[in-house]
Write a protein that binds this ligand. Sequence first.
Ligand SMILES: C[S@@+](CC[C@H](N)C(=O)[O-])C[C@H]1O[C@@H](n2cnc3c(N)ncnc32)[C@H](O)[C@@H]1O
Length: 272
Amino acid sequence: MSKSRMAMQALLAFGTAVLAILIALRNPPSPATGHTSPGSGSFFDTVASRYDLINRIISLGMDTEWRRSAVDAALPAASVLDVSTGTGSLALAVAQRSPRTRVVGIDPSREMLALGLVKVAAGGKQFEKVHLQEAVAENLPFEDESFDAVVVAFGVRNFQRRDKGIGEMIRVLKVGGRLVVLELSTPAGKGVKDTVARLFINKAMPKIASLVSGNPAAYQYLSESMAKFPTSERFVEILRNSGLTMKAHRRLSPFGLGPDLYTAVKSSQSGR
Ligand SMILES: C[S@@+](CC[C@H](N)C(=O)[O-])C[C@H]1O[C@@H](n2cnc3c(N)ncnc32)[C@H](O)[C@@H]1O
């Protein structure tokens, strides 16, 4: 990425952060009520109204570009399932690029889905082949081998049972179909770059996100779940052990802050 582009993104992130803080101060969200298990659908209900904004800020404006890379990895495909679709950003990015593709997004958070449905309605004809529905990854309400590609962005960390969720995504994938996973983990290296990345992830990110979301506990979970997520090498191994053939794996942006993009293929029915 060129220096001028990075400077533009930093400026954009700064501007968005200032705007978000002003919005947060003017219009505090209602506090979360009741017990919500971190990462669950009801947990995301409590941050839904500000989720897209927080995402844009803590990714320094790069989240859209990251999802675009996931779309590149998944298409062409006649049908795509977006697991943990949230507010539908990835499902809609698929539909924008490939309007004839049937796109289904699933998520357990009703509040996140409600915002996604507003976006679908606003897109009119462009999104007529997009369908969003409530479900969890561990129990996908679809027949075996019903999708050409399955994508999941920043969702695998939230599965209550990761093995079961991965198994279900493979089950609904057609033989020859691609599983594309975009996921964050904390860089483990001892070098300066990884140390700075860890400081940002563990200290700055939760503070910015809890200020904007108005839910102090909410984004502590983000850095904790990133720390718990397997290293990228280990996650590649998990995908291979599930019977998939790895096609590609790369970290998407500099400074060790971006997500990993994993692309794997179901090469036989045993890949499940
Ligand atoms: C960080 S958001 C990602 C949303 C979206 N994919 C994006 O790119 O912005 C994580 C999502 O995972 C969902 N989630 C939580 N538990 C889940 C589960 N068991 N199965 C599927 N999704 C789950 C949450 O409701 C939330 O919408």
